[in-house]
Design a protein around this ligand. Structure first.
Ligand code: NAD
Ligand code: IPM
Ligand code: MN
Length: 356
């Protein structure tokens, strides 16, 4: 038996504090050989002592843990959102978690807002660049508060950053199968190179180059505006999508809608070979926080994704099978058609795994 995997748990704010405990219970029910440690990083801690990330926090995570399970950050009491920026974006940037992998899978036809769509029709993955773009927040404000005010928000795209995420997408495509066992075979690059010619030009050139090295994989392209329309009109056509940081953020909320809503969507923030971080796609949802109504399944599927990444595939498969059954039997929260609370929905999945 291998050494136990060590997982850092950071629930964060709002519904993060409700859904992450459910994910942790489900991991325990799967009997995955893991050790966990909890961290209180988030708005409460920041408001209490001004600390967002403790000194050496990221180095500690990298040294002492195999993976990180994160909830969400964002609290109306912290109007600047500084803690979210320093914890969440800080982790992605400073730990260099360059590949934000967001699988988009429909588990049951009844939770898709589109007509005539079966689960097999929505099974794609968005690979989002996670360390560059407008998220670097480079730029500045000049003459603030005057009629001549200027705000500059730079879109930073490096050759290295663009190349590694596009290579990651082709490698991902070669390594992964769809839910029905068939091979992934296409990578679509999504950009806005018709308007943003400098950054878009770099993405176009690198994409062609890497595609040329991978002739077994079909390379496709779509502008981001057209892609949004196609995702709603005909999501069957997508396989692996690679895109920049901001477009990836936006299209994965749209894609979450196809899966039944933000409560269903999982993600990983990955640097191959290094401690990586896993979080549901949704945020802290302040209006529904503390009411035991948030859907825990996105967080639970995120936990499964993390276990699979750590090589605990049997446990990950058990969790996914139980979530699928919960959705089919409507043993879920209201947003996906059930009548259970957050805790009860999490418990149902945990119990189901115990029975399996
Ligand atoms: P949000 O994802 O929190 O909520 C958007 C909508 O989806 C809301 O209607 C919410 O009720 C619903 N929703 C989200 N998760 C749900 C769940 N698990 N179950 C049921 N319904 C769910 O996005 P927002 O409202 O734009 O942002 C709220 C705060 O969260 C902001 O501070 C934002 O910056 C932050 N945020 C953080 C993360 C993160 O930490 N990863 C991600 C997105 C947003
Ligand atoms: C996400 C979130 C974050 C992002 C926010 C909270 C900065 O929306 O993880 O999708 O834009 O990356
Ligand atoms: Mn987002």
């Amino acid at each position: 038996m291998g050494q136990k995997k060590r997982i850092a748990i950071i629930p964060g704010d709002g519904i993060g504090k409700e859904v992450i405990p459910q994910a942790v219970n489900v991991i325990a029910a799967s009997r995955a050989e893991v050790e966990t440690a909890q961290f209180d990083w988030g708005a409460d801690r920041y408001l209490a002592d001004g600390v967002t990330v403790p000194p050496d926090g990221f180095a500690m995570l990298e040294r002492d843990f195999d993976a990180i399970l994160l909830g969400a950050f964002g609290d109306p009491r912290v109007r600047t959102n500084i803690h979210a920026k320093e914890i969440l974006l800080g982790m992605r940037f400073q730990m260099d978690l360059y590949a934000n992998v967001r699988p988009v899978r429909l588990l049951d036809a009844t939770i898709c807002p589109l007509k005539g769509i079966a689960p097999k029709d929505i099974d794609f993955v968005v690979i989002r660049e996670n360390t560059e773009g407008v998220y670097t927040d480079a730029g500045g404000v000049f003459k603030q508060g005057t009629p001549d005010e200027i705000a500059v928000q730079e879109d930073i795209n490096t050759r290295k950053g663009v190349e590694r995420i596009i290579r990651y997408a082709f490698e991902y495509c070669g390594r992964h199968t769809k839910g029905d066992g068939s091979r992934r075979s296409r990578v679509l690059m999504c950009d806005k190179s018709n308007a943003m010619t400098h950054a878009g030009g770099l993405w176009q050139r690198v994409f062609k180059e890497v595609a040329g090295e991978n002739p077994q994989i079909k390379a496709e392209h779509m502008y981001v505006d057209a892609l949004c329309m196609q995702m709603v009109r005909d999501p069957r056509q997508f396989d692996v999508i690679v895109t920049n940081n901001m477009f990836g953020d936006i299209i994965t909320d749209l894609a979450a809608g196809l899966q039944g809503g933000l409560g269903m969507a999982a993600s990983g923030n990955i640097h191959p070979g290094k401690t990586s971080m896993f979080e549901p796609v949704h945020g802290s949802a302040p209006p529904i926080a503390g009411k035991n109504i948030a859907n825990p399944l996105g967080a639970i599927l995120t936990a499964a994704m993390m276990l699979a990444h750590l090589g605990l595939t049997t446990e990950a498969d058990k969790i996914e099978a139980a979530v699928l059954e919960a959705v089919r039997q409507k043993k879920t929260t209201q947003d996906v058609g059930g009548s259970l609370g957050t805790r009860e929905a999490g418990d149902w999945v945990a119990k189901r795994i115990g029975q399996g």
